[in-house]
Design a protein around this ligand. Structure first.
Ligand SMILES: C[S@@+](CC[C@H](N)C(=O)[O-])C[C@H]1O[C@@H](n2cnc3c(N)ncnc32)[C@H](O)[C@@H]1O
Length: 275
C-alpha cells in the first residue's frame, strides 16, 4: 500500500489536468533555471501526477537539447500510466516513469541535475524524510526546487462567521490528522536553510486568484476537494465533529457568488546542493 494521499480518487487524474496551467508552470521552471542546464542533464518531476510538469519540462528542454531526459516519480502507477499515454507521442524526449514513495526513491544518490517538486509537501505526513531523499538524489552543484501553497484553501473574502468557522474546522482537522498542511509553503525555506543549500532563492506567485464568476475548472477543483472530504467521512478515515454536508453546500454557494474574492499564495524555493 502506498502513502496516504488525501485527494486519491478515480477522478484525480482529471482534476490534475483541469487545474494545471502550462503557462504558469513554464514561468516557474524558467525562473528556477531549467533553461541553463547542460545537454544530457537528468531532470526529475517528483510527485508528477499525470505528468503536466514533465510535459512542460520536455517542451522547454527541447529548445536546447536533442534528447532531454525527464524522469517522473509518483507512487500512483495509474497516474504514471496516464502520464505515459499522454507523453508517448513525444519521441524527442526520453521520459522514464518510476512508481515509488518519495520517502524511498530507487534512483542513485547524486544522479539528478534539476529536481522540481510542487504541490506534494502539503500532503506529506513526514516531509523531512522526503526532503532528505530528494536532496540525496541531487548531484553536488545540482538544483533542488520545491514549491507549495500557503494559507491553503483559507483566503477568501467576505467569509461570514459560520462559514469561516466551518472552513477553519476542516483545515484544523486535516492538519491534526497529518493529512494536509495548509502552511506547507512557508516551511520550505527552513528545509533548504537547515540543509545548507547554496544560492537559495524564494519565488512568490499567486496560485489561485479568482473573483467574479467561478470558472468551470475552479468549480471542478473545489468540488473535488469537498467530495473527497465527504468520502473520507463516509469511510470513517476522517471524523468531522460538525455538519460537513451543510458546510459543503454553504461553501459551494459562497464560491459561486461573484462578489467573492479568493487567492492562494504559492511559495517556490530553489537551492543548489553544495559541491
Ligand atoms: C497535487 S499532485 C501534484 C502534481 C504536480 N506535481 C503539479 O505540480 O501539478 C500530487 C501528486 O503527488 C503524489 N504523491 C503524494 N504523496 C506522495 C509520496 N509520498 N510519494 C510519491 N508520490 C506522492 C500523488 O500521487 C499526486 O500524484
Amino acid at each position: 500500500m502506498g502513502p496516504f494521499y488525501l485527494m486519491e480518487s478515480e477522478t484525480e487524474a482529471k482534476r490534475l489536468l483541469i487545474k494545471s496551467d502550462h503557462r504558469k508552470t513554464a514561468v516557474q521552471l524558467k525562473a528556477t533555471g531549467i533553461l541553463s542546464l547542460e545537454d544530457g542533464a537528468l531532470v526529475v518531476d517528483a510527485g508528477s501526477g499525470v505528468g503536466h510538469v514533465a510535459e512542460v519540462m520536455g517542451r522547454l528542454l527541447k529548445q536546447k537539447s536533442n534528447s532531454p531526459h525527464v524522469t517522473l516519480l509518483d507512487y500512483s502507477a495509474d497516474r504514471l500510466a496516464e502520464a505515459k499515454q499522454r507523453l508517448l507521442a513525444d519521441q524527442q524526449v526520453n521520459y522514464q516513469y518510476v512508481s515509488c514513495d518519495l520517502g524511498h526513491i530507487p534512483l542513485a544518490s547524486e544522479s539528478v541535475d534539476y529536481l522540481f517538486c510542487r504541490f506534494v509537501f502539503e500532503y506529506l505526513a513526514d516531509p523531512q524524510t522526503v526532503f532528505n531523499e530528494l536532496y540525496r538524489i541531487v548531484k553536488p552543484g545540482g538544483k533542488l526546487v520545491i514549491g507549495d501553497l500557503d494559507y491553503n484553501c483559507m483566503t477568501h473574502y467576505p467569509l461570514y462567521p459560520k462559514l469561516e468557522e466551518g472552513l477553519f474546522s476542516v483545515v484544523r482537522i486535516l492538519q491534526e490528522n497529518n493529512l494536509l498542511d495548509p502552511h506547507a509553503g512557508r516551511k520550505l525555506y527552513s528545509f533548504f536553510h537547515r540543509a545548507q543549500l547554496a544560492d537559495i532563492k524564494v519565488h512568490f506567485y499567486a496560485h489561485h486568484l479568482f473573483y467574479g464568476e467561478l470558472s468551470e475548472a475552479d468549480e471542478f477543483n473545489w468540488l473535488a476537494k469537498l467530495d473527497r472530504l465527504m468520502e473520507h467521512q463516509k469511510k470513517g478515515t476522517i471524523q468531522f465533529d460538525f455538519d460537513l454536508m451543510g458546510f459543503k453546500n454553504l461553501f459551494l454557494d459562497f464560491l459561486k457568488s461573484p462578489g467573492r474574492f479568493s487567492y492562494t499564495p504559492l511559495i517556490l524555493v530553489e537551492g543548489r546542493k553544495p559541491e
